[in-house]
Design a binder for this molecule. Structure first.
Ligand SMILES: [Zn+2]
Length: 460
C-alpha cells in the first residue's frame, strides 16, 4: 500500500514539474514563434480545411452563398425546371420575376466568361433554385447548367445583381462489381449497375478475344474494377475513368485484362503475362451490346461453323453497327448473290474477313480504302438469303473460309522485356486494390444483413 502511494505522489510531482517547464518554454519562445508564424501565414497560401467536402457542400445552397458573400438576405428558396422552348428570361418571367430584375440577372450572367454562350445553350430540364426579391430581401438564382458547374446569382446590398460560376464538388470512388451472366453479358452488366460507357468499353475490350454469341454460357461470370467520378451534392455519377481491370470466366476459362501505361505513355490492356488484349482480327466484329440473347431465340438459330455454313452468325437488330475486324483495305463492297449486301476486307498477311446480309454500308466504306480495326463499316440487316436480321461473318485464310473460333491470331504489341517487372508490380497493386474492395464490400453486406436482422428482431 505504502509503495503505491509513493509512486502516485512521485507521478503527481513529475506532472507538475512538467507543466512548469512547459510554461517556462512558452513564455521564452512565444514572442518569437508567433511573429514567424504570422510571416508565414502572409506569404504562404492558406491550407484548405481537411473537411473539404463539407465546406463545398455547404457553399452549394443559395442561403449559404448569400451569407458568405454578404449579399442581401433571402427568405424562401423555391425550385423549378427549365421547360422546352424556354430560356432563362422566360422561365424567370413564368415564376413572376419582374422585367427589370430579369434584365439585371441576365446581364450579370452575360458578363461572365462564356456567359452569353452558356445562356444560349441551357439544357431543358435544368434545375433552377430561386428566391424572389422583396423590399427587405434580395433576389437570388442558382442554375445547374452543366454536369459539373453551377451559376449563382445574388443581389448585393446596393440591389445590384452579381453572379459567379462554381465547380460542383466531386469525389472519385473505386468500384468493384462481380456478376453472374444469365444469358447476355450486356444485360448482366446493366443489371449490376455498371454505367453504360463502361459496359461498352468492357465489351469492346473483350470483343477481341471473346465470341459473345457462342462462347458465353449461363453461369459464366465477370468482375470489373473501375473508378467513378461522383457529384458529392447529388450523388450522381458524372463520368467514369477507363476500366482498371476486367476478368471474365467462360466455363472455367478465365481471361484477365489490366490497364497499363507503357514506357511511351500509351494506355493499353494486357493479360497477367503482359500479352496485349488486342488481336489482329476481332472475334466479335459487332457492337456486342446489341447482340440478341443466346437463349430462347428459335426463329433465327445462331449457327456455328460447319462444312455447310462456313461462317459465324451474330443475331442482332437491323441497324446494329458492324466493325472492321482488323486493319486492312476494303476489297469488295456491294451485292453478292445470296450474301446480299456484302463487304470484304483484306488484312495484312494471309487473312481476309467478310460481312454479309447487311442492311446498308457506312458512307466511308469504299473499295481500295484503308480501314482501321473497330471502325464501323456497315449495319446489320437481312438482305440476300437470310431468315432474319443477323451478321454473317467469315474469316478467310489463304482464300478459303476458316472457323474464326478455332484460329489462333497473333496478339498486338506485348509488354517489353525491359518493362515486365514494372508491369508485374502494377498487376499486384491492382489485385491488392481488388482484395481490399472485396473486403469492404463484404463488410457493407454484413452491415446490411445485420441491419435487416436487427429490424426483424424488433418487429418480432
Ligand atoms: Zn451465316
Amino acid at each position: 500500500m505504502k509503495k503505491v502511494f509513493n509512486i502516485r505522489l512521485l507521478a503527481e510531482f513529475l506532472t507538475i514539474l512538467g507543466l512548469i517547464n512547459l510554461f517556462l518554454i512558452y513564455f521564452a519562445t512565444s514572442n518569437v514563434s508567433s511573429s514567424t508564424l504570422q510571416n508565414k501565414l502572409e506569404t504562404l497560401p492558406l491550407k484548405r480545411p481537411v473537411n473539404l467536402f463539407n465546406l463545398e457542400e455547404s457553399i452549394d445552397t443559395i442561403f449559404n452563398k448569400v451569407q458568405k458573400v454578404g449579399a442581401k438576405p433571402i427568405t424562401e428558396v423555391k425550385k423549378t425546371k427549365l421547360n422546352k422552348n424556354e430560356n432563362l428570361s422566360s422561365a424567370l418571367k413564368r415564376i413572376n420575376f419582374k422585367k427589370f430584375e430579369i434584365g439585371k440577372i441576365i446581364n450579370s450572367i452575360s458578363n461572365l466568361h462564356n456567359g452569353k454562350k452558356i445562356l444560349s445553350s441551357l439544357p431543358v430540364g435544368m434545375i433552377i433554385h430561386y428566391s424572389k426579391p422583396s423590399n427587405l430581401t434580395g433576389g437570388a438564382v442558382k442554375i445547374n447548367f452543366d454536369k459539373t458547374k453551377d451559376i449563382f446569382v445574388w443581389q448585393d446590398i446596393n440591389n445590384n445583381y452579381k453572379s459567379q460560376i462554381y465547380l460542383r464538388p466531386t469525389r472519385l470512388q473505386n468500384t468493384l462489381i462481380k456478376s453472374v451472366i444469365e444469358n447476355n453479358l450486356y444485360i448482366a452488366a446493366q443489371n449490376s449497375g455498371i454505367p453504360e460507357n463502361t459496359i461498352l468499353e468492357m465489351i469492346s475490350l473483350l470483343g477481341f478475344s471473346v465470341d459473345f454469341q457462342r462462347e458465353i454460357r449461363k453461369g459464366d461470370s465477370f468482375e470489373i474494377l473501375f473508378t467513378k467520378k461522383i457529384d458529392v451534392l447529388s450523388n450522381d455519377i458524372i463520368n467514369t475513368n477507363p476500366i482498371t481491370y476486367v476478368s471474365i470466366n467462360l466455363s472455367g476459362n478465365i481471361l484477365n485484362f489490366f490497364k497499363f501505361k507503357d514506357e511511351f505513355g500509351s494506355t493499353q490492356y494486357y493479360d497477367e503475362n503482359g500479352k496485349s488484349s488486342k488481336r489482329t482480327i476481332m472475334k466479335t466484329p459487332i457492337n456486342g451490346a446489341r447482340l440478341s440473347s443466346r437463349y430462347g431465340n428459335r426463329k433465327h438459330p445462331i449457327l456455328g461453323y460447319t462444312k455447310m455454313h462456313r461462317g459465324l452468325d451474330f443475331a442482332a437488330p437491323t441497324g446494329t453497327p458492324v466493325f472492321a475486324a482488323g486493319d486492312g483495305i476494303v476489297e469488295k463492297v456491294g451485292w453478292n448473290g445470296s450474301y446480299g449486301k456484302y463487304i470484304r476486307i483484306r488484312h495484312t498477311g494471309i487473312y481476309k474477313t467478310a460481312y454479309a446480309h447487311l442492311s446498308r454500308f457506312h458512307k466511308n466504306t469504299k473499295v481500295g480504302k484503308r480501314i482501321s480495326q473497330g471502325k464501323t463499316i456497315g449495319y446489320v440487316g437481312s438482305t440476300g438469303r437470310s431468315t432474319g436480321p443477323h451478321l454473317h461473318y467469315e474469316v478467310i485464310k489463304n482464300n478459303s473460309q476458316v472457323n474464326p473460333m478455332r484460329i489462333k491470331l497473333p496478339a498486338g504489341k506485348n509488354i517489353s522485356k525491359s518493362n515486365i517487372l514494372n508491369y508485374q508490380n502494377h498487376v499486384k497493386k491492382i489485385l491488392n486494390q481488388k482484395i481490399s474492395l472485396e473486403r469492404s464490400n463484404r463488410k457493407k453486406k454484413l452491415a446490411i444483413n445485420h441491419y435487416k436482422n436487427s429490424k426483424e428482431l424488433i418487429i418480432n
